[in-house]
Ligand binder design. Structure first.
Ligand code: PLP
Length: 364
């Protein structure tokens, strides 16, 4: 007898998440030197963590024998202050991905559905499947969430609507007016999740925290993995009205985030200079990459985040050939975009190397 015969049956439908390929793995497989490889595949911060976060984590290591503060008091207090919320309106996760899973635990059962855009972050569908729910995937013309169509897709079994803003992997943004019109149509018994992993890269970010202040059933998710450069530590947070956060807190394990990550996140949050430097580098890199794609006659989706979706044709092939030349990017077959790749913005040296290798691979 196979364990599949008695395992939860929805697990058979679960397509595992395909992460960006690690540098070490590419080096091992191809007999290359890791220092000759650059990774522009997972929207990481090319400047690394804030120096303040680095020293905070070194300090926290000395207390590694003590269980972490399960309530994450200091980090929640700092976030509450920063966003003018109450501490009990904030939940900390091992990456905002863990909070996406909490949402599944809290709200989803077989027969329920979630709504997401067709080319939205794939984890929403993954979480829905994990809990036996279905994902209603709504067309996204121009690779942008169509909030009107998403509101129209709500059924009596809809529990959660996920809006990635900016979206990954498309880099597109929906603006305040569209969000406001959408929120006017969403019934009270549907939770709206604004996944704002790239919020800090925006010049004019829409305000979704106002819905929390109004007591709407809204969760706003952000992360320390992107602009903060702490992806390896796994820290993210969710903000929502007290009662909603209470419900989600019930699903959390007591020590879900480790103390080294908590200390680094707290120090990183206060390092505004590192974040500003990262944003500036990202803006410069985005302009450069998009300009190069235009010059090469490649279609791309103008991005609001720290990556660009570009149509190279044969994404899997371009990915493999660029990897041979030491540049790891992300193929998009898993997103049903087989002719596209997603390129994260690196340092200017990395961006130039990426373009040089892309030109060689495309024979331009
Ligand atoms: C990167 C990303 C996340 C979260 O990453 P964590 O490392 O789990 O915090 C969430 N949503 C989107 C859309 C992302 O791109």
């Amino acid at each position: 007898m196979s364990p599949w015969d008695f395992a939860n049956k929805q697990l058979k439908d679960l397509v595992p998440y395909e992460p960006g390929k690690p540098i070490e793995e590419v080096a091992r497989e191809r007999g290359m030197n890791p220092s000759d490889i650059i990774k522009l595949a997972s929207n990481e911060n090319p400047l690394g963590p804030s120096p303040k976060a680095l020293s905070a984590m070194t300090e926290a290591c000395k207390e590694a024998h003590i269980y972490p503060d399960g309530g994450a008091f200091k980090l929640r207090a700092a976030l509450a202050k920063k966003f003018s919320l109450e501490m009990n309106q904030i939940i900390i996760g091992a990456g905002s991905n863990e909070i996406l899973e909490f949402i599944g635990h809290a709200f989803l059962q077989p027969g329920d559905n979630i709504i997401a855009a067709k080319h939205a972050f794939v984890v929403y569908k993954l979480v829905a499947t994990l809990f036996g729910a279905t994902a209603i995937e709504v067309d996204d013309p121009g690779y942008t969430h169509d909030l009107e169509a998403m509101a129209a897709a709500i059924t009596p079994r809809t529990k959660v609507i996920f809006i990635a803003n900016p979206n990954n992997p498309t880099g597109t943004l929906v603006d305040q007016a569209k969000i406001d019109a959408f929120m006017a149509k969403v019934p009270e018994n549907v939770v709206v999740v604004f996944d704002e992993a790239y919020y800090e890269f925006l010049d004019n970010p829409p305000d979704t925290l106002k819905y929390i202040r109004e007591g709407r059933n809204v969760l706003v998710l952000r992360t320390f993995s992107k602009i903060q450069g702490l992806a390896a530590l796994r820290v993210g947070y969710g903000m929502g009205p007290v009662e909603l956060v209470n419900v989600v807190q019930r699903t959390r394990q007591p020590f879900n985030v480790n103390s080294i990550a908590l200390a680094a996140a707290l120090a990183g949050l206060e390092d505004e200079e590192h974040q500003a430097k990262t944003k500036e580098l990202t803006d410069e890199g985005r302009e450069y990459l998009q300009g190069q794609f235009s010059a090469l006659g490649l279609e791309f989706v103008p991005s609001f985040a720290n990556f660009v979706l570009v149509k190279t044709g044969n994404g899997a092939g371009v990915f493999a050939q660029m990897m041979d030349k030491g540049v790891i990017i992300r193929p998009m077959g898993g997103y049903r975009l087989p002719d596209w790749v997603r390129i994260s913005i690196g340092t200017m040296t990395e961006n130039r190397k990426c373009i040089e290798v892309l030109k060689a691979v495309l024979g331009r």
